[in-house]
Design a protein around this ligand. Sequence first.
Ligand SMILES: Cc1ncc(COP(=O)(O)O)c(C=O)c1O
Length: 374
Amino acid sequence: MSQPPIPLFNLKKQHESLKSELNAAALDALNSMHWLLGPQTEGFEKEFAEMIGVKHCISCSSGASAIQIALAAAGIGPGDEVITTPFTFIATTSSISLTGADFVFADIDPRTYNIDPQDIERKITKKTKAILPVHLYGYPADMDAIMNLAREHDLKVIEDCAQAHLATADGVRVGGIGDAGAFSFYPSKNLGACGDAGAITTNDDELADRCRSLRHSGRAKDKAYEYDLEGSTLRMDEVQAAILRVKMRHLPDWTDARQKVASWYEEGLQGLPVVTPPTPPAGYSQSYYVYTIRAEKRDELQQYLKEKGIGSAVYYPVPLYKQPAYKDMGLRPQDFPNAEKAAKEVLSIPMFPELTEEEVQRVCETIRDFYEEK
Ligand SMILES: Cc1ncc(COP(=O)(O)O)c(C=O)c1O
C-alpha cells in the first residue's frame, strides 16, 4: 500500500484547525466597514510590537514593501549603497532598488548561509549607508558582528525578517536589533496572512513616523491632505490584520513545534552524507521557516524524494548575481564562491508545525534509502 504524500508545507492543516475563528474574525472586520487603518490594524500593530519586543510596529502591504519603506524611512536613496546577500529572494534587492539606492553583494558564510560580516567589511565604500542582513531559513544572521560594523562605519541596519518570525539573536528577537526589521506575512511564512501583508518593527520614534507616512501616500501626521514625504499606497487591510491577530496567538507554539521537528531531523539524519542546519550560539535561536540540508547528489536526491511522494525545494537555485534582471551589472560568480556552492547543494525538506515524528522518520528513512541505493 503506497503511503500518503508528505508536502514541503501544509497550510491546509493549520487553516482547517483555525477555520471557524478565522472566518468569524474576517467577517467582523468586513462588516465593521473600516477597511483600512482601523481597529484591527491598530490591535495587530500593538500586539506584534509586544511580541517582537519593540516600541513600534507599522503594518504594510507585503514584506517587499516593508523593506522598501524601512530603507526610505532610514534616509536611504539615490547615490547610496546598501550591502546585502546574493543568496535570498529577489524582493530583498528589488526593494533596495525601488528606493533609488544601489545594492552591493557580500558573499555568505558557508555554514549559516547568511551574509558574511568579513565580506561586508571588504565591500564598505564611502557610499555605503546601510547593511541589509537576511535571516535566511529562519537562522539569525551574525547580528553581533553586523551591529559592530554598523557602529564603526555609521551605517543603518535593516533586518530582512521575512523568514524568521521569533528567531532570536543575542537574546533579542530579530526585528528588534537593527534600526528596523521588515517582516513578510506571505501565506506560507511562519506567520502567514490569507493574502499579502507585511510589517516594519523599530524602536526609533522618528523612523516609525516616517514609515507610517510612507505607507500612506506620504501623509503628514494627523493631516488629511498634507504630505511631507512622497510615499505610496502600501497599507495592510483590516481583514488581513484581523486574520493575523488570530494566528499570532499560536505563533510561539508553532515555533516550538518547528524546533521539535528540527530536533527529530537532526537525530534521524545522523550518519548520512548531508549537512544539517548549524546549532546557533548561546542567545541565538532559529525559527525554521524551512529545514535546509546540504546534500551530496542534491538533484538526484530531490528527484528520488519526489518519486516517493515527499516534497522538497531549492532555496535558491540561482543566486541573485546570475538573475537575468541583473545581467547588465557585470557581477562575477567567482566573487561569491560560498553562495555559488550553496546554490548547487542546498535542499529544503518538509517543515511545518503539524508534521509528526513518524512523518519525519519516513523522510529520514527515504533519504537513507537513497544513499544506500546510489
Ligand atoms: C527573504 C525574503 N525577503 C523578502 C520577502 C518578500 O516578502 P513578500 O513576499 O511578503 O513581499 C520574502 C518572501 O517572500 C523573503 O523570503
